[in-house]
Design a protein around this ligand. Structure first.
Ligand SMILES: [Zn+2]
Length: 477
């Protein structure tokens, strides 16, 4: 038995007693750069998220989302530029004055006019951005490097003089010239910018490129480093994680990942990633049980469903289906779960309505339904469920009907059909399956045990209630 198995067994039968990575043999050696246990979230649902195709947030909705994010405990909430529209400007003022614990930021172009407008709304900090890639310099704003630096320094000096935080970010950083980038960041660091930002605006970066760039930047600037990753190739959360490993300090997220095109790291996915890395740290910072509420709120506001494969709150995020998984999960959840659903106020679910089910899952369902049967009887019942699942697709309710009817037949010495609404073809197919089952040696043994228990001059009631079992024979099956 390996160390892992031993340690897992010692976790106890029903709950995660410590977080799962305690038993992870491949844990990387921590290095002095890494901030995976020391980071802050800049939540951009109300800025990046407003660029999502389906997003239209009125003032009331923005306030509700800001409060929900504050309840969750994000450190920063970033808002759409007050220069975008008069309503956007007013919304900045309103949210900046809600008295939230989170610091309020707004995201503007790197020029004095926008910076002034931002400061006047009463936000805690201003995030400025300018395109630095050759594509943007050529086709978008047409400004050269010395102009970018001169403007940036002017804006930074001004915002700092008002006592507010100021972040300077490039845009499309991973398609910008490295020497240009480092010259700009070094210049703004020297004049005391609060944070510099790296933005993978087009979602082109790989985790390794992110690690290299952030590590290089870490050697050039003293200020904090914020990272913004788009998810065009599904790397956004991995990139954010690598950025922290390389010394970044702040990560941009949005609820459900909504944003321009297919968005940025989702708040829930990023938090899941970080929780597995350092459960105590993440639990101490964030009110994890509020995640579902803020996701539901945003999903509703932008009229989308929470994706089925969403980390944590996807409908099957904690559903265990294969018989072998179900058995292990019922014995000790840490076997197939690295996240304890209870940390998020969620529940695990052992799927029992399929041909992949095992008798442990059915036993657990019988317990939930309050039906006492012996192990051998449950095994018989499981065989029926699996046979029926080969004949037709089973819903949970169907499976409950089968289990209940099986129990009823057992108790009343009857042989009623396990499902009422079978078509003649399904009936025939099921009868064939039952016949096949009876010919199998394993099934034969189980039937034998059930029969022996029944013939032990006990009533079906006593048998079904589990008062009388032939322990030895049962355990042998
Ligand atoms: Zn973006």
């Amino acid at each position: 038995m390996g160390l892992n198995e031993k340690t897992l067994k010692s976790l106890g039968p029903a709950e995660h007693t410590e977080h799962a990575h305690a038993t992870k043999p491949f844990r990387t050696v921590g290095d002095f750069l890494s901030n995976v246990s020391n980071f802050q979230i800049i939540e951009s649902t109300l800025r990046e998220g407003e660029q999502f195709a389906n997003a239209f947030f009125d003032t009331e909705t923005k306030i509700r989302i800001a409060r929900a994010l504050d309840d969750f405990g994000v450190e920063y909430i970033e808002l759409t530029s007050p220069a975008s529209s008069e309503q956007s400007r007013r919304d900045c003022e309103i949210i900046a004055n809600l008295g939230l614990k989170a610091k309020i930021l707004t995201h503007v172009r790197c020029n004095m006019e926008d910076a002034r407008l931002a400061v006047e709304t009463g936000v805690d900090g201003v995030d400025v951005v300018i395109g630095t890639s050759s594509y943007l310099r050529e086709h978008s704003h047409g400004k050269d490097l010395s102009y970018i630096i001169k403007t940036a320094v002017e804006v930074i000096d001004y915002v700092k003089s008002t006592g507010k935080e100021i972040r300077f970010s490039s845009e499309d950083s991973f398609r910008s010239d490295l020497v240009d980038l480092l010259s700009i960041y070094s210049a703004v660091d020297k004049v005391g910018v609060t944070r510099v930002g790296i933005a993978d605006t087009v979602g082109v970066a790989t985790p390794r490129e992110v690690y290299d760039l952030v590590r290089t930047l870490r050697g050039v600037v003293r200020c904090d480093i914020e990272c913004h990753f788009h998810n065009d190739t599904g790397c956004a959360i991995a990139n954010a994680f690598c950025a922290l490993e390389a010394g970044a300090t702040h990560v941009d997220t949005s609820v459900l990942g909504i944003g321009e095109r297919n968005g940025i790291p989702s708040l829930g996915g990023f938090v899941a990633r970080m929780l597995v890395q350092d459960r105590e740290y993440v639990k101490s910072k964030y009110n994890l049980t509020k995640l579902k509420a803020v996701e539901d709120l945003v999903a509703d506001a932008v009229e989308v469903n929470v994706p089925f494969n969403n980390p944590i709150t996807g409908f099957c995020a904690f559903t265990h289906k294969a018989g072998i998984h179900a058995k292990a999960i019922l014995a000790n959840p840490a076997t197939y779960e690295i996240i304890n659903p209870a940390d998020f106020g969620m529940q695990r679910y052992v799927h029992f309505a399929s041909r992949l089910t095992g008798w442990n899952a059915i036993k657990s369902r019988c317990d939930q339904l309050g039906l006492d049967m012996t192990d051998a009887q449950i095994k018989q019942c499981t065989a029926k469920v699996k046979a029926m699942a080969d004949v037709r697709k089973l819903a949970i309710e169907d499976t409950d009907v089968i289990i209940n009817q099986f129990y009823h037949n057992l108790n009343n010495d009857q042989d009623k059909p396990l499902l009422e609404d079978l078509t003649p073809e399904e009936k025939e197919a099921f009868a064939k399956k039952e016949k096949e089952l009876d010919g199998m040696p394993e099934m034969d043994k189980i039937n034998h045990v059930v029969e022996a228990q029944t013939n032990g001059q006990v009533t079906n009631g006593e048998l079904a209630s589990g008062k009388v079992t032939n322990g030895e024979t049962t355990n042998g099956v």
